[in-house]
Design a protein around this ligand. Structure first.
Ligand code: NAD
Ligand code: UDP
Length: 338
């Protein structure tokens, strides 16, 4: 197959590109490098079946030759990134998604949309099934991401219903693993980098909020199963092993052997208090379920960051600074033994 991946130089896009190359597909990666990195695709660019195109998919998207799949991953995904890039996030969710859908339509290609568990907002139904319509604040600081993704789902379904585009929508829950940026700002990479630097782990709120963390290899396997299927979705992809953020911090201190203290900061506005996928549908229609435990995945991610000591050291200052409004107002420190 020939697959065009928007956002192919990002964390998930680079893993997906490599997995497709390894099974014999050709990959065209289109990326504007707003949150992606050339280092993510250093080995890809040496592969004869990999093509890199530098461009902003919100402006235009074309590709000579046949395409079997358009996988639309381009979007800032980390809260600090989409807070920094609010208009670009809305643009890539709306105009970028439409450009990708139009390309898929012109090429008669399958279209994969990587939506997010954020469409459920601060969920009132737990765990979240695909039928749950969500609880999103349409004007809060997270709305630039959440509403862009909700719009991108609506647009994809409209292209499927009214123009017959072969659409597949997945809703990805928090995914982590090697290749994340040390300064990405998402909780797993931040805690690992802080632990390796001996810096305080910055918990927002009391750490009682929950997330469900999926290892990247499991997630990529799910994306490929969705590409290869004719399911329209939306289908949840995530690891139902739910953890509090305090549990996550303790696990990371255990795995790294760090004696970093834990610091409590103000919870950002609209931060969801709980999140856990119901993956019944993914198991039934794709035969998918995650295989890697969160702690084994964290072990592999710690090994990755330990092998990049300069990146980890350079990230210390960025992670110590406030990433959200008011984040540092109420910091209190406690020592947690590893
Ligand atoms: P990432 O920030 O690492 O990757 C996004 C990539 O898109 C980057 O390479 C960036 O440069 C590129 N990009 C952004 N805007 C672009 C534009 N206008 N034109 C071209 N390229 C552009 O994020 P990620 O974690 O790899 O996420 C990838 C996709 O998966 C996103 O759509 C995100 O919403 C979705 N997702 C990810 C997670 C997760 O836990 N990683 C969870 C839910 C959904
Ligand atoms: N979080 C935290 N400390 C950090 C970064 C994040 O306590 O340094 C919390 C954040 O408030 C949220 C959870 O961890 O409750 C997951 O945050 P992340 O940004 O990784 O993903 P998302 O909020 O998009 O699920």
């Amino acid at each position: 197959m020939r697959v065009l991946i928007t956002g192919g130089a990002g964390f998930l896009g680079s893993h997906l590109s490599w997995a497709l190359l390894m099974r014999g597909d050709s990959v065209v990666c289109v990326d504007d490098f707003s949150t992606g990195r050339l280092s993510n695709i250093a080995r890809h660019v040496k592969h004869p079946n990999f093509t890199l195109v530098h461009g902003d998919v919100s402006k235009r998207l074309s590709c000579p030759g046949k395409l079997d799949v358009v996988a639309h991953l381009a979007s800032p995904a980390s809260p600090p990134d989409y807070h920094r890039l609010p208009l670009q996030t809305l643009a890539v969710g709306s105009r970028g998604t439409e450009n990708a859908l139009l390309l898929a339509e012109r090429k008669s290609a399958r279209f994969l949309l990587t939506s997010t568990s954020e469409v459920y907002g601060n969920p009132l139904i737990h765990p979240q099934t695909e039928q749950y319509c969500g609880n999103v604040n349409p004007v809060g600081p997270r709305s630039v991401y959440d509403e862009a993704k909700r719009f991108s789902e609506a647009l994809s379904m409209a292209y499927a219903r009214s123009r017959g585009v072969n659409v597949g929508v997945v809703r990805i829950f928090n995914t982590f693993g090697p290749g994340m940026r040390a300064t990405d700002g998402r909780v797993v990479s931040s805690f690992i980098v802080q632990a390796l630097n001996g810096a305080p782990l910055t918990i927002y709120g009391q750490g009682t909020q929950t997330r469900s963390f999926c290892y990247v290899d499991d997630l990529i396997r799910g994306l490929i199963l969705m590409i290869d299927s004719s399911e329209s979705g939306p289908v949840n992809l995530g690891n139902p092993a739910e953890k509090t953020i305090l549990d996550l911090a303790t696990t990371i201190l255990d795995v790294t052997g760090s004696s970093s203290p834990i610091e409590f900061h103000q919870l950002p506005t609209d931060d969801p208090l709980q999140r856990c996928p119901d993956i019944t549908l993914a198991t039934r229609v794709l035969g998918w379920r995650p295989e890697m435990s969160t702690s084994d995945g964290i072990g592999r991610t710690v090994a990755y960051f330990s092998a990049h000591p300069h990146e980890v050291a350079d990230a210390a200052e960025a992670l110590a600074g406030s990433q959200f409004e008011g984040t540092n107002l109420t910091a209190t420190s406690v020592a947690i033994s590893a």
